[in-house]
Design a protein around this ligand. Sequence first.
Ligand code: TYC
Length: 101
Amino acid sequence: MSDTAIKPRTNVEPRTERPRLHKVILHNDDYTPREFVVTVLMAEFGLTEDQAHKVMITAHRLGCCVVAVFTRDVAETKATRATDAGRAMGFPLLFTTEPEE
Ligand code: TYC
């Protein structure tokens, strides 16, 4: 057999693991108008008005609320875009991400 022959690997764990998902979290603040938060949630995360209102009011009452879970790249992109939408209007609206347990 030549030096470059490829041997099949043995005792390999089955590759069934899924990529870890990341939560996008909406944080409450005292300045961003409720209606604007709802609009951003609908535009960036595809929530219905009803879903967006529930997420917004949960963050308003409890301090924060999980919006949805995505792969890391998608979660970070959406959180950044949604935070930037608030900043563009002069609001301190904040979305962060964290890995799911
Ligand atoms: N607390 C804001 C207000 O009373 C509304 C708001 C809700 C802002 C949720 C951010 O994540 C938020 N205008």
